[in-house]
Each structure stands twice: as C-alpha cells, then as structure tokens.
Design a protein around this ligand. Structure first.
Ligand SMILES: [Zn+2]
Length: 266
C-alpha cells in the first residue's frame, strides 16, 4: 500500500524537534511521500530546509510554493509575485505545484481585494510555469470556480474541500481534484461524507493539512502525516472498497496531478 499526504505544513515549528519520529511514524503508516505546501515568501526557505532533512531520513517530499490568502496583507503583491517567479525558477528540480493559494471569505480575513489580486496573479503564474495549483477554499468555492473557468488549461486541487455537492461536481468538471482529510473522520460530518461519497474516487486526494485539521481519533493532539490512515479508512468505508485499493487509486491521482519524479528516492 502506498499513501501520499498531498497537503501538509512540515516547516511548522511544532515539528522541528521531531522530524525523525515523524518520518518513522509515516513509514509505519505506509506513507510513501508528503507534499509540503507554502504559505509566505519568508517561510519558503525553512520549507526547503525541512524538506531536505526529511528526504535525508528517506521520505520523499514534494514542494509547493505560494502565498496563502491569510498572508495577503503582510506581503506586497507585486514583490510577492516576483519572489514566487524567482523561487520557482531556482527550484525547478523539486517544485510540484503553486500553493497554498486561494480566497478566504470568512470574517476577519485580509481585505478581499488584496486576496483577489494575489490569488489571480498566482493563477496566472501557474499557467506561465505550467504548474498545478493547490487551493485554499473557505466560503469562496464559487469565486474560485469562476477564476478557474477564466483560465482554460489550469490544473489543480481544492484542499480541505467543505463545499456543496454542486460545487464539488463543478470542480470535478473542471478537471480539479478534491482533498479529503481529517474533517471527514468526525462522526457528525454526515453532509461532507455524503458529498464525498457521490464523487468519483478518481477525483480525490488524501491530505492531513498537519499540524492543522485534527481528525476525530486525535482530538487534543497535534496532527501529523501518519494520521492520514484515518481519512483513508473512512473513504474505504464510504466507497465499500479495501483500504489498499482506495490508497492505490489516490496515489495514482496524486501522480497524475503532481508528477512522479519527486516520489522516487535516489
Ligand atoms: Zn494548508
């Protein structure tokens, strides 16, 4: 069985003292690789450094660089996009996507116009570099879909998807994948389970978003990539298939979106 955690924040300080343990538990959980997703230019260097350490421990890491909407009022838009171009150029060998980017329309978030300019600028960079995007969605699925439709040929995934069945179907119709993680493991997540069960398995990815988005079995703990087995178990139940078969399909989906080269340990 091969499992990929398609979305996690490995460079977070909470993991710094525990990388060997983290990798050991990933291996025990049959995790074959992890995607480290970016949030802001000042954290990209730490992301690269931690990815190097984790690879040294024998675990493949794919790198996505991007500016998260939560950072939209802390990063100068033009300078941020230029930094992204430079960074993607330098890291041609191990970049797999642009992310985490998107729109967050919950209360208290950065000014919408700043989020939007940064998001649209990064979508255009994705087309320029022919890279997939990893999207942050919160109360923003329709706006994300509109931006995607304006850019034929754009590829990507909506991470931590929590929208409606109609919105999910529209992402799938645009060729996008939907990331499934800890949220689906909560017994009360009946609506999300229904939405996901109605989608083709060929459109799903597994993710933890660690250290965020704890699953039900670990409430009160710190989330980590090894906990990916729990959303996998729920998917196996929903689709009435063996975990290994589901994992293999989702592994293939990840490779279709992000390529295979980063998963090969040298
Ligand atoms: Zn994230």
């Amino acid at each position: 069985m091969r499992i990929v955690d398609s979305h996690c924040h490995l460079e977070e300080a909470v993991f710094a003292d525990d990388l060997p343990g983290l990798v050991e538990r990933m291996r025990a959980a049959r995790v074959a690789g992890v995607v480290s997703v970016g949030v802001s230019p000042d954290r990209w260097p730490q992301q690269v450094s931690v990815a190097g350490q984790v690879r040294q421990l024998g675990m493949p890491v794919g790198l996505a660089f991007g500016i998260h909407p939560w950072w939209a009022d802390r990063v100068d838009g033009e300078a941020g996009l230029q930094a992204l171009d430079r960074w993607l150029d330098i890291h041609r060998a191990d970049r797999v996507a642009i992310g985490e980017i998107g729109l967050d329309c919950a209360a208290g978030m950065p000014v919408f116009q700043r989020q939007r300019d940064l998001f649209h600028g990064q979508l255009d960079r994705a087309l320029h570099w022919d890279l997939p995007v990893i999207l942050h969605e919160r109360k923003s699925a329709d706006l994300l879909l509109k931006a995607i439709r304006l850019r034929p040929g754009l590829r990507g995934a909506a991470h931590g998807f929590a929208g409606s069945a109609q919105q999910a179907a529209q992402f799938v119709a645009q060729g996008f994948y939907l990331g499934v993680g800890g949220a689906i493991t909560h017994p009360r997540a009946t609506r999300l389970r229904q939405v996901v069960a109605g989608l083709p398995l060929t459109s799903l990815l597994l993710e933890t978003d660690a250290p965020n988005q704890l699953g039900h079995a670990h409430l009160g703990e710190r989330n980590e990539p090894a906990f990916i087995r729990e959303p996998l178990a729920v998917l196996a139940e929903l689709f009435r298939q063996e975990e290994a078969a589901v994992a293999e399909q989702l592994y293939a989906n990840t490779v279709a979106l992000l390529g295979e080269r980063w998963l090969v340990t040298s």
